[in-house]
Every structure is written in C-alpha cells, then in structure tokens.
Design a protein around this ligand. Structure first.
Ligand code: PMP
Length: 394
C-alpha cells in the first residue's frame, strides 16, 4: 500500500494548494475508511456521486458481471451492446417522451459540451445564454458558460457569444432572443450554494425558450439522480427541458454522463457533418452496468420516498444560532455562516472527528452537506451530533 503524502504531493497534479489530504483505503455505505482504521461519515457523497452509498452490493455485482463478459469493444455508437441498450431504454422509461434518446459520455462537463453542440447544430444559431454563479464544468465550452469570472479569466479566449442572466431574475429573461441557440441552467444551482428557483421562474424560462426557439438545457449533474427527492429535480417544477444532462451519481461510482434529448433532434449530430460528435469511451459497458444497477437500487429500495423525511430530520438536528441561513432541497444542503474562516474551522473540526463536510466552489461562507440517500436515521443522528459540536466550537 502506498499512502505516501510525498508521492501524492509530488507526482499527482494538484488542483489547489490545500488538498483535503486524508488517506482512504476502502469505502462502504456512508463510510470511508483509512489505512489506520480511521472512519469517516461521507456527508458529501464524494461531491454528489455516491447517492446509493459506496460499493452498493447490487452495483458491485453488476460491475463484476459485466467485467466477466466484456470491457471496451468499440467506440461509441457502432456496436449493439446489451447493457448500454438496457440503460438507454431504462432512462427513456423514466423520462418524458421528449427525452427518449441518450448520448452517453464520460463526465458531467462532456455531457454539457455535447448539449451545447446539439443546440447549436439543431437551431443553426450560435449564442448561448447561461446564468451568473453557475457551474457547468472545467473544459473550455463548459467553462465558457459557467458564471464564476475568477475561475475563467486566466483561460481566455473562451467561447464567444455567451450571455449571462441572473438566476431567478425574471427581468433578465428578455436577454433570451431569436439569436439564442440555448439557455443552459442548473435546475437547482449546486456550487453557487444550493440556489433553488421557484416554479414560476422555471415556467417563465420555459415559455421564453418556446417563444424564441431557444433550446432549454437543464444541467442535473449535481441535483439529479434523487438528490432533491425526485429522480430528476425538474419533476418538482413541472417544467421539462429540451436537453437534460446528468453525470456524477448517475454512474453509482464509475465515470459516466449523459446528454438526453428527443431522438428526432438528436439525429442531427449524425449528419452534416457526419460523426458530428464522437467519443471513444462514452457508453463504456462497465460504467453502463454500474449506472443501470444504480437506477435499480434507487427503485428497489424506494429511496426517493425517504429523502424528504431524512432531509427534514437533518434540518431539525442542525439548528444552531451561528447558522445565518440554510437552504435545502431533499438531501442537498447549504448552511450560511458569517465568514469563510468559520466554515473552514467547521470543516476541519468535522474532519478531525470523523465526518466529511465541505465547501462550495463559488460560495465560501457556506458549509456543504449532501449525504448518500441510503443514510439511516441513526447515522444521521450520529453525524449531525459531530457537525453540531463543530459549529458550536467554531
Ligand atoms: N455541472 C454541474 C452542475 C456540476 O456540479 C458539475 C461538477 N461539480 C459539473 C457540471 C461537471 O461535472 P464533471 O466534474 O463530471 O465534469
């Protein structure tokens, strides 16, 4: 076993000068375990991934079964493979008829890249409208439509023809016009600190897109797959997008994303130009097996029906005068404090006492929690006791 800090710091490229730096040897359910027997509650699900917990036995079995049959056999879109077929059919059965066709990719940002390309190709337009404070990924296209200026400036020039509107700002909707190929937004903004729109706002966005012919893209990479209490967050707002992007928890712990739209629209990516969007590993059969098994777990264990109750219990338990504000939808939480420094102290104290909580990319004075949907009442109580004490002592 090599848990050398030196190797980690010198031979793995850093993303920040302050990595979290705990060592993990194995994971099971809501727990991560270190090589020295340390145990941590993963109250962030590896940033929105482990919605059915770590190494769910049904998911692990599906992965092993597929490994025993075949791994990669061909690039995306050529050979008929049983498990990707079954996954696409399952998704179609869970989504409205206008979202009946999935393009499998390898990550969240790739799903958004594909969505932007589909919208440009389908409408013949170039402009993309996105929201301030949004996060859509780190590749050039997704970064171009993300709202955080500080993260973007060093990488310009980015995509031209991108306009930003205020999320939840009705007045700004006039910026969506006949020039707009697409409007991309997170149904619930995640890295901005769990910003929840109203039904009226998303309905108005939908209407404006219908009036102007812009395609509406909902990015549910973070808020999808049961996180908010419904399989897809948009179900709670009564608004259906033209394109849906998913990732993170979709794969149950393996890397897979999807860009989902109507078959009639999706087909434009296959001509003029031929092979307009291609990927080697998208739809990898092992990742598809893991994703299909994850959907089966969500259904079989009736996880969605437990999310609201668990969310409410956590809200009740995490009640403290130092919390300035709290935003929650399902099991997706942001707790605002008076300073980023206090949030740091809370994260560190939680870590020292066996609980992982975290920050948000674009909202440093908020504390982030999003536990696996499989967490039990007893586990919630135990983890929240540690978190509450970290808040008390912060
Ligand atoms: N969209 C949203 C809403 C996200 O939260 C993320 C990841 N935090 C992404 C896109 C990018 O996903 P990935 O890191 O898999 O590229």
């Amino acid at each position: 076993m090599d848990f050398s800090k030196d190797t980690f710091l010198n031979h793995l490229a850093p993303t920040s000068p302050f990595p979290f730096l705990i060592s993990i040897e194995r994971a099971e359910g809501v727990f991560l375990y270190g090589p020295g027997g340390e145990r941590y509650y993963d109250m962030i699900s590896g940033i929105g991934v482990s919605n059915v917990g770590h190494r769910h036995p049904h998911v692990v079995k599906a992965i092993k079964d597929q490994v025993d049959k075949h791994l990669h056999v061909m690039v995306y879109g050529e050979y008929i493979q049983s498990v990707p077929n079954a996954l696409a059919k399952k998704l179609a059965s869970l989504l409205p008829p206008t979202l009946n066709c999935a393009y499998f990719v390898n990550s969240g940002t790739e799903a958004n890249e594909a969505a932007l390309k589909l919208a440009k190709r389908f409408t013949g337009r170039t402009e993309i409208v996105s929201c301030k404070k949004s996060y859509h990924g780190s590749t050039h296209g997704s970064l171009s439509v993300s709202g955080n200026e500080v993260k973007k400036n060093a990488f310009r020039p980015l995509l031209p023809d991108v306009r930003f509107i205020g999320f939840k700002d009705h007045d700004d909707l006039s910026a969506i016009t006949e020039k707009s190929a697409a409007v991309i937004m997170e149904t619930v903004q995640g890295d901005a600190g769990v910003r929840i729109p109203s039904k009226e706002y998303l309905t108005a966005v939908r209407r404006r897109c219908d009036d102007t012919g812009a395609m509406l893209i909902f990015d549910e990479i973070q808020c999808g797959m049961g996180r908010t209490g419904t399989l897809f967050a948009f179900e709670q707002f009564g608004v259906t997008p033209d394109i849906l992007t998913i990732g993170k928890a979709f794969g149950g712990g393996l890397p897979i994303g999807a860009m989902i739209a109507a078959r009639e629209r999706m087909k434009v990516l296959s001509h003029d130009p031929l092979l307009g969007h291609i990927t080697t590993f998208g739809g990898n059969p092992v990742c598809c097996a893991s994703a299909l098994a994850t959907l089966q777990v969500i259904e079989a264990e009736k996880l969605l029906s437990t999310v609201e109750e668990k969310g409410r219990l956590m809200t009740e338990l995490l009640n403290h005068p130092k919390i300035v504000a709290q935003r929650r939808i399902g099991l997706m939480f942001a707790f605002d404090f008076d300073s980023a420094e206090r949030v740091n102290r809370i994260v560190e104290a939680c870590k020292a006492n066996g609980v992982i909580g975290y920050w948000f990319l674009s909202n440093p004075h908020s504390f982030r929690l999003a536990p696996p949907l499989t967490i039990t009442e007893a586990e919630i109580k135990d983890a929240c006791r540690v978190i509450l004490s970290a808040i008390e002592n912060s």
